[in-house]
Structures are given as structure tokens and as C-alpha cells.
Design a protein around this ligand. Structure first.
Ligand code: GLA
Length: 751
């Protein structure tokens, strides 16, 4: 490693074999064997970062700006770039500063595109022009320092590429070395650029009980803003995007994708500029933003991950899934091993709601254990004076009426049944009807003297305050120290209103948007340190807090309070564009479903949930022998193939979107030894046969045995055939596979 403006440096990672062979092979061969490299060419001032299948190139142009040059499929080592040339002026109306795809543009000098950074200096000056200053090459990336052309505002851009996925982590550190404070009004983590072409933008939107809608639209002139102004990630939109070039589809073509690791208010702006190029800028949401940097202080942005795949949206999501499992999710047991498939859980929320007590939970635990469930989770209602959602949040002591002997008898019972125990908490919230609020009414987000808007009868604790942070960390640490708890379902059931922080001077109060989320992360990190085995679910009234920031601490997420098995097919389809099925909890609940009043068979409900990390959320006390036997059989079948389903390569064979009559998914283990196929019929029309499923991702030369998990294949389907046969000929369903809300599942095992 060295710091330099002048030397050529190349650092090659994980390339022992490649280096040894280098003299004997042509350059291109060596490159293919070298997953990652970082290089700076001092003559042309070009930086190049290579990962498997990906190159990212940028350089310093003669004006001193850092300019993006290339992002896409891996280039040969022999391919060289001349020094970056800024885009010319477009008549007298669009300046080179605005037209040039800068890596991180300050707002100044006539910038009309989304700025990466906008500041106001103490003297009222708001002009910021960032030029290259220096850089440091690291083994896995590079830090490039930019500086304003006159003032001592330094921005260090961090680039780190994960060699096997080619996913690039980008973030910025903004430092004020002036003698006066500076207010940062807008700070992106990164800006990504694509050259003029025809593109389709994919993004995920939703609402409570309706998360994960995939929207696909042409990128057109102007800006598409996806964001949360709510203080947390939000149901309304998710901080992920994918941009497809031209004819790219699920299986083919160029896709660029990105995801922000931030659980506070965020914004991603996708804009096509006046010369038809595209820029994607994302980071802190600039709405109501204002972060005062005193002399010597720094602001770190979140990380914006970006990747490229040559094989369509399917290829992009498979890369992202693997990256999340290997590099984002907590690795609890052993840092070298990937996270384990999730335990199959039972949760009684839909069955009992707040009516939890020792006898009732013990009875459910017995039933759950008999089904083959691994983990028993008690949901809301166990603490304080919590009878419904009007009271008790904030008072984290065990309710004496419901659990006269504390939690221990229930936890012991759950353990004696061979399961571990999980518990629901909602640490960042308080009901006005609680001891905590009566004692500390100043602890909530509020503007003094203004109304405090309640949602679900609750207010948001101002986690940005050190005393609130200490309280939350303290009660959670105590709870986990005093009880043998394996898992917390961490809920967060409202968005912000009146986001005041009156302990700070008026000019600094907007820091709440950053400090709240940072304190949340610091609590989670501290709990992880003190209780390394305790696993966590991120829930926010369903999927309101799912992002790569929270997933550094959360082993799983609750995608939606909507557990209708048919709705879930579309939600799960949308979810998997951005997030791995490993974290996608999916409960089987009662029929008819409470939300849509839809009736469906237990087998259909089970198979819908078995596409993710399975849980049972039904009132199992009422299940008859047949239902119990079906669930037991399918939980055992699920356990046998779960690693393939949740950690394998996912192929979305037929999408349930757009009112599709059918849908199907397939997963393949990384070693291609096993595959699992799910097929669903919404409602058969005109007697149509289920489409033949041409499978994907198998080894064509190997033999695979087909066995049903549920349902049958067409009579005459070979029991054993080659990967080539399953992929080229395909799998036909039984002729009787017709009707409303039907489901089938199969496994293929390499012989
Ligand atoms: C939220 C969660 C539910 C349940 C309730 C409890 O809505 O998403 O799963 O835990 O809170 O109040």
C-alpha cells in the first residue's frame, strides 16, 4: 500500500495461481484467473478496479475533476484508457461541469444535475467545486481525496470491490478543515453514471401489507426519485435499483444495480441528463437535511453498493443474494462460515395477538414442537400493562398477570421440547400510557409546545439522545442477560413526525436524521458484541426496515404483515430482486386469511412459504390430525432441502406479476448437486395446461433424479435424466394440476 500522485501501482488479490502461471500464458488468460485488481496509471491519471466479470474505471480530467469512464463487463488487461476528457459545453446553457459525469460533484460552478454534495459556509458562500487532491491504493480498493478549489473542505471517496461478485462499495467522508462551521445540506454516498442508451429502471415500492411491488419503466429525460422522508427505510420504497440496457430481460443482457446500506431517511435519484446520459445519485435524503460540521469534524455517508451483471435481472439478483449472505449478514458462529439457514419458527401473533400468557404459550409450544418447529417466538403482549396497542410500550418488565413466575418457566418448557426461544420487542417506541413516558416525556421526537402526533397510539423515542440510547441498550442487555433468549424480533411500528431534538442548538437539530440511525446501529453492534449468539429479525410493521444497513445486524427480516399465501407469491418475487430468500421469513397462517378473506389449502400455504425461510403463524391449537400431519411432513421435507432453497441460485422461471395465471421458481445449490422447483396455479382458465418448465442452472452432463415434495409430474416423466434433459426438454406437471390456488414442488438430486 502507498500514497502517491505519481507512481503506477497495481495490487492483485487472491491470485497466487494466476501470478505463478503468468509467464506462460497470454495476458487475457491471466486476467481471467485474477478476480480482483486495483490500478492507477500516473501518466493518464486513470484509476481502474477489476473484479470477476466487472471493471470500474474513472480518472482525473485536465480540469481536475474526477470523472467516471467505464462501468461494465471486465476489460482485458491490455485495454487502456487515455486521460479523461470532460464533456464539452452544450451551447452556452449547459457547462462542462454539469455535462461531465463526475464521480462526486459539489454543487457549484453551474451544476444542474443532482449534486453529490451541497454545503453552506459560515460566510454565506454556497459554491463548492471539488477537484482531485491525492489517493491511497488499498489491496481491495482505493481512497481518493477531493478538495474544494479554494476552501478546506476535503472529501475522501472510498471504493472497495468484493472480488468474486465485482460489487463495489462506495461511500464518502466529508471533512471540514476550515476555521468556521459548515452546514452540509446534501451528501450522497456515491453517484453512478451510464452512457446514453435506452434503459429500463426497476425499483420496489409498496405500503403496509403491500410491500415489494416491482415497477419497471423506461428511463426518460428528467428525474425519478425514490426515497424515504420517514426517518427509517419505509414500506413506500426500498433503497435498491436495477437498470437494464436495451433488450435485457430476466436471463440476458446488461444490468447495473445498486443498494444503499442505510436505515434512515434516504434518497436515490435516477436522472437522464440533457445529453441523454444517466446518473444515479444516492445517500442521505437531502429533504430537511442539515448537518453542521464544526472545524475538524467529519461526516461519514452510508455505503452505496453497486454491481453489474451480464445475464439479466436474474443474474443481478443471484450476485446480490450471494454477496448479502457472504459479506453483509452477521456471521455469528464462525466468521468464516456463511450464515446458517434459519430455524423454522412458530409465532402466535396471528393466532392470539396480545392475549399471551404462560399456559396458552406452553400449549402452543407443545403443538409446535410436535410439528418439527425449531424455534418458538413469543410476540407482542408479554410486558408492561400491554393488553392492546394503547399501553405499555417502553415498560420492558414481564407482565405479572400473564407470567406470574417471569419468563423462565415458558423458556424452560420451550427448551425441554427441543426448541430455542425468541421474543418480540419494539425498543425505539413508547406509548404515552406507559411509566416510561410519564417519567420522561422529553425523550420522544417532538417540537416543544407543538402537538405530538401519535400513530398506533405511540411516539418515537429520540434514539439520537445519549440517555435514550443508554436506556434502550440497558434494558435489552438486561433482558438478554437474565433470560436464555436466542432471538429477538425487533419491531418498529410507525414513521416519524415532528422530528425535533431540542437539546441541540436550533441550527444543529437536523442531525437527528443521522444520529438516530447511527445510535440504532451502535446499540445493535453492542448487543452483538455482548450477546454474540442472539439472532435478530428486523421487522417494521412487516417490511418497513429492510436494507443492507440493518442486514449487517439482522439475520432475517419480516417482509410483510400480509401473510396471504397468494399475495405473498408476488411480494416474495419482488423481494428477491433485491434480497436473498435466506432472510425472507414466510409464515403459514390461517385460512380464510384475515386480510383478503381468501381460502386456500394448507398445502398451498405451506408451499408458498417454503420458497423463503419457513415459519408457522397459524392457530395450530385448532389444527386437526390431517392438518398436523401435512404440516409435519412438509416441514421435514423443507428441512431436507432448505439450504438449496434459501442459499442456492434462484431462477424466477415464471413471474406471478401482472395477474399471471401461473408462477414458478427454481433454486440450485452452488455445487449443482440439488435443485428445488415450486409451481403455483392462481386460477386455471380455459382448461390450460401448466407450462412446461425448462429448468436452469443444472450441470448438463450430470444425471438428476426427480422426486416430488408435493404433487406429481406428468405420467411418463423420467425418474432420472440428465441436466441437459431437464434444461432442454423440461419438466411437465401432472394433467390433474388444475384449479384455483394449486401448488406443487419437486426436488432434483444429482446421482
Ligand atoms: C407489527 C408486526 C407484527 C406483530 C405486531 C405486534 O405489526 O409486523 O408481526 O409483531 O407488530 O404488535
Amino acid at each position: 500500500m502507498h500514497t502517491s500522485k505519481s507512481l503506477i501501482s497495481t495490487v492483485v488479490l487472491r491470485t497466487v495461481a494466476g501470478l505463478l502461471m503468468a509467464p506462460f500464458f497470454m495476458m487475457a488468460t491471466v486476467i481471467a484467473a485474477q478476480p480482483s485488481a486495483v490500478a492507477f496509471d500516473a501518466a493518464t491519471k486513470v484509476f481502474r478496479i477489476d473484479g470477476e466479470g466487472v471493471s470500474y474505471v474513472f480518472g482525473v480530467n485536465p480540469r481536475g475533476e474526477l470523472q467516471q469512464l467505464y462501468w461494465g463487463g471486465r476489460l482485458a488487461a491490455t485495454d487502456a484508457f487515455p486521460q479523461a476528457r470532460p464533456m464539452p459545453e452544450w451551447a452556452s446553457f449547459d457547462s462542462p461541469y454539469s455535462n461531465t459525469p463526475q464521480e462526486y460533484a459539489g454543487w457549484g460552478a453551474g451544476l444542474f444535475m443532482e449534486p453529490a454534495l451541497k454545503v453552506t459556509f459560515a460566510d454565506g458562500n454556497r459554491d463548492l467545486v471539488l477537484h482531485y487532491d491525492s489517493h491511497t491504493v488499498r489491496p481491495d480498493g482505493v481512497d481518493v481525496v477531493l478538495k474544494d478549489i479554494q476552501r478546506k473542505i476535503y472529501v475522501t471517496l472510498h471504493y472497495t470491490m468484493e472480488p468474486h461478485s465485482g460489487i463495489l462499495a462506495r461511500s464518502a467522508t466529508i471533512e471540514n478543515r476550515e476555521a468556521q462551521p459548515v452546514t452540509v445540506e446534501q451528501a450522497a454516498a456515491a453517484a453512478w453514471a451510464l452512457p446514453p442508451s435506452h434503459y429500463t429502471l426497476n425499483y420496489l415500492t409498496g405500503r403496509w401489507a403491500g410491500e415489494w411491488t416491482l415497477t419497471q419503466e423506461a428511463v426518460k429525460t428528467g428525474a425519478r426519485v425514490i426515497e424515504s422522508r420517514r426517518g427509517s427505510t419505509g414500506h413506500r420504497a426500498n433503497p435498491w435499483f436495477a437498470i437494464q440496457a436495451g433488450e435485457s430481460n430476466e436471463d440476458q443482457g446488461d444490468v447495473w444495480f445498486g443498494a444503499l446500506a442505510w436505515s434512515g431517511s434516504w434518497r436515490i435519484t435516477v436522472e437522464q441528463d440533457q445529453l441523454d446520459a444517466v446518473r444515479v445519485t444516492g445517500g442521505f435524503n437531502p429533504f430537511d437535511f442539515g448537518y453542521v460540521l464544526h472545524p475538524g469534524e467529519k461526516l461519514e455517508t452510508p455505503v452505496f453498493y453497486g454491481g453489474y451483471a451480464a445475464n439479466g435481472l436474474g443474474g443481478a439478483s443471484r450476485k446480490l443474494h450471494r454477496f448479502e449472505i457472504d459479506h453483509i449478514l452477521p456471521h455469528r458462529q464462525d466468521q468464516k462460515n456463511a450464515p446458517k439457514p434459519r430455524p423454522v419458527i412458530y409465532n402466535s401473533w396471528e393466532a392470539t395477538e396480545f392475549r399471551v400468557d404462560e399456559a396458552g404459550q406452553m400449549a402452543l409450544a407443545e403443538k409446535a414442537a410436535a410439528l418439527g418447529v425449531d424455534r418458538f417466538v413469543m410476540d407482542d403482549g408479554w410486558f408492561g400493562q400491554r393488553k392492546d396497542d394503547h399501553a405499555g410500550l417502553g415498560d420492558w418488565y414481564v407482565n405479572q398477570q400473564k407470567f406470574p413466575h417471569g419468563l423462565k418457566p415458558l423458556i424452560d418448557k420451550v427448551h425441554s421440547l427441543g426448541m430455542d426461544f425468541g421474543l418480540w420487542v419494539e425498543p425505539e417506541m413508547v406509548n404515552p400510557d406507559s411509566d416510561l413516558y410519564r417519567k420522561h416525556p422529553d425523550w420522544v421526537l417532538n417540537f416543544p409546545g407543538r402537538p405530538r402526533s401519535e400513530q398506533r397510539n405511540q411516539l418515537v423515542l429520540n434514539l439520537a439522545r445519549a440517555d435514550v440510547r443508554d436506556y434502550v441498550l440497558g434494558f435489552l442487555d438486561k433482558l438478554l442477560t437474565e433470560n436464555d433468549i436466542a432471538f429477538l424480533k425487533w419491531d418498529y411500528n410507525r414513521n416519524w413526525s415532528e422530528p425535533g431534538w431540542d437539546q441541540l442548538p436550533p441550527a444543529e437539530q437536523k442531525k437527528v436524521y443521522v444520529e438516530f440511525t447511527r445510535n440504532l446501529y451502535s446499540i445493535l453492534a453492542e448487543l452483538q458484541r455482548k450477546h454474540p449468539k442472539v439472532e435478530l429479525e428486523s421487522c417494521s410493521g412487516g417490511g418497513g426496515r429492510v436494507d443492507l444497513g440493518i442486514l449487517r445486524y439482522a439475520d432475517e427480516v419480516w417482509p410483510s404483515d400480509n401473510t396471504d399465501p397468494f399475495d405473498r407469491l408476488t411480494q416474495q418475487d419482488g423481494f428477491t430482486y433485491a434480497y436473498t430468500p435466506q432472510v425472507m421469513m414466510a409464515w403459514v397462517t390461517d385460512s380464510p386469511h384475515w386480510l383478503n378473506k381468501r381460502s386456500s389449502s394448507l398445502s398451498y400455504r405451506m408451499l408458498s412459504s417454503m420458497q423463503g425461510s419457513l415459519g408457522i403463524g397459524a392457530n395450530i391449537a385448532k389444527w386437526n390430525d390431517e392438518e398436523t400431519a401435512t404440516a409435519k411432513r412438509l416441514i421435514a421435507a423443507y428441512h431436507a432441502v432448505q439450504p438449496t432453497i434459501v442459499q442456492g441460485d434462484l431462477y424466477r422461471l415464471i413471474s406471478p406479476r401482472n395477474d399471471s395465471e401461473f408462477s414458478a421458481t427454481q433454486t440450485v445449490s452452488h455445487d449443482k448437486s440439488q435443485s428445488v422447483v415450486f409451481a403455483f396455479i392462481h386460477s386455471t382458465q380455459e382448461g390450460r395446461t401448466f407450462p412446461r418448465l425448462k429448468l436452469k442452472g443444472l450441470d448438463p452432463a450430470q444425471q438428476y433424479a426427480l422426486s416430488p415434495i408435493e404433487g406429481k409430474a406428468l405420467a411418463g416423466t423420467p425418474q432420472v435424466a440428465s441436466g441437459a434433459w431437464w434444461m432442454n426438454h423440461g419438466l411437465d406437471m401432472d394433467e390433474g394440476f388444475r384449479g384455483d390456488f394449486q401448488a406443487a414442488a419437486f426436488r432434483l438430486d444429482r446421482k
